[in-house]
Write a protein that binds this ligand. Structure first.
Ligand SMILES: [Zn+2]
Length: 462
């Protein structure tokens, strides 16, 4: 009966690790790391690992074990974490999954999670940088169903479908089909899942994140990056091609500080110190710029994480009906109120949940967050294969054959037929057919260009 799991989600820097330890201490729990960067060895500052001294002897699994050149995919994470959860349950303890890589946690809590469907795990195969036209042709070959779904000019979507195929070896459409067909689509792996979502006022959090970046630099963040670069150079990982677009090399901070460290090296190499003062000045301003870039990237990542939780994670929660899942929003805005707003609340909820198998109503815990708990509609999940049919409007296409007007799905097609633009084209076409035998009248050139421009605009707005 006690096969429960607890998960703590939320943005970077919101205090997930602290809550993890606090819950584990009270509930006889063990922490499982759900952060794709903290799986790497060392680099504690760069990856924001909780210092061992603060872990209060609570075991932290799946942390600090991977070599820098190694990759760790979501499928491996899920497999490893499932094994550890089983062991923790066998010890009659509670697994507490803590981390900001929400697609890791998602695929751990639910079966049949589309693993490739993640920007975080973005893997830049060479082909993905090609022109949209090339991408589209490629997608047509490997996944005609999906290519039929997207507009030929919709680079982002085409690219994502292709990426999923490259990552998983299975066409994107297959993944979606399986999800739709399978009743287990939203099936929970554990009969009882209690999730805490730590939220903070973005303005307050931004400030906290900025300060964290400054602190990281003070605490020796550069020496970690230096050691990463040395590993590359010294050939410790010789013979192994480093994919800088994957794994730890994607950690926020590494890329951002590349220009600074490079300039630093070059200054050290220079023998005469005639320009030393200038160099120092340049270096300082570069450092400032890199720091700012790292702060921007961190804030952006936090926004992205919230979007993920709202668009995907919550949706999964709401669709699960084969067990009990509850998600509680806790207000982590003020660190002064941490104990009462976050720690105490979480402990009392978790206790009730574990003891009775049914926690309090999440809406009642923090009524001001009730709106947050209703998921925003994820069109991907709700669209069915049937609505992917494409319609080409021959009337509108007639005015510029180089830019065929293709509409996705019957609903949009219906809207198109009712649109002013289409209706005006119908009128023109009729006139051309009747009076000019289907040929453009000589004075029509201007209109043709105008139409072409609208088409280009429309295509790029999609
Ligand atoms: Zn039309």
């Amino acid at each position: 009966m006690r096969k429960s799991v607890i998960a703590i989600v939320g943005t970077t820097g919101v205090g997930k690790s602290d809550l993890g330890v606090q819950l584990a201490k009270t509930l006889k729990g063990e922490v499982i790391n759900g952060d794709s960067m903290q799986v790497y060895k060392d680099l504690d500052i760069l990856t924001n690992k909780m210092p061992i001294s603060e872990r209060e002897d609570i075991p932290h699994h799946l942390m600090n074990f991977l070599e820098l050149h190694q990759e760790y995919r979501v499928t491996e994470f899920t497999k490893d974490a499932l094994k550890i959860i089983k062991e923790i349950h066998n010890r009659d303890r509670i697994p507490i999954i803590v981390g900001g890589t929400h697609y890791y946690i998602q695929s751990l809590l639910w079966k049949h999670t589309l693993v490739g469907d993640s920007e975080e795990g973005l893997e830049c195969e060479e082909i993905l940088n090609a022109e949209t036209e090339v991408l589209y042709k490629h997608l047509q070959e490997v996944d005609p169903v999906m290519s039929n779904r997207w507009h030929w000019n919709d680079r982002r979507k085409i690219r994502r479908s292709l990426q999923i195929y490259l990552q998983t070896g299975k066409p994107h459409s297959e993944w979606i089909k399986e999800q739709h067909q399978s009743e287990e689509e939203t099936s929970l792996r554990f009969p009882r899942t209690c999730i805490f979502w730590l939220c903070a006022d973005p303005k307050v959090l931004d400030k906290r994140l900025d300060e964290r970046v400054d602190k990281m630099i003070e605490r020796g963040f550069f020496s970690e990056i230096e050691s990463m670069n040395n590993q590359v150079k010294e050939g410790k990982i010789m013979g192994k091609k480093i994919e800088f677009t994957k794994g730890i090399w994607q950690a926020i901070g590494y890329k951002e500080f590349e220009p600074y460290l490079k300039a630093l090296k070059e200054t050290e190499k220079e023998e005469d110190d005639k320009n030393l003062d200038n160099d120092v000045q340049d270096l300082n301003s570069l450092k400032k710029q890199c720091t700012e870039n790292m702060k921007i990237a961190t804030r952006r990542y936090a926004r992205y994480q919230i979007k993920w939780i709202r668009n995907r994670f919550l949706l999964k929660c709401h669709q699960s009906n084969n067990g009990d899942i509850k998600i509680y929003v806790l207000n982590a805005t003020s660190l002064e109120n941490w104990k009462q707003e976050v720690c105490d609340k979480a402990i009392s909820i978790a206790k009730e949940y574990l003891e009775t198998g049914n926690g309090p109503d999440p809406i009642l815990i923090n009524p001001e967050y009730s709106e947050l708990l209703s998921p925003t509609k994820d069109t991907d999940t709700f669209t069915t294969l049937a609505t992917w049919t494409k319609f080409q409007c021959d009337v509108c296409t007639f005015f510029n054959e180089n830019l065929p007007v293709i509409i996705n799905g019957p609903y949009n097609w219906d809207q198109h037929l009712k649109s002013k633009w289409h209706k005006s084209n119908v009128k023109w076409k009729k006139e051309i057919d009747e009076k000019w035998n289907g040929n453009f009248p000589p004075w029509f050139k201007t209109r043709k260009n105008k139409v072409a421009n609208i088409l280009v605009e429309n295509a790029s707005n999609r």
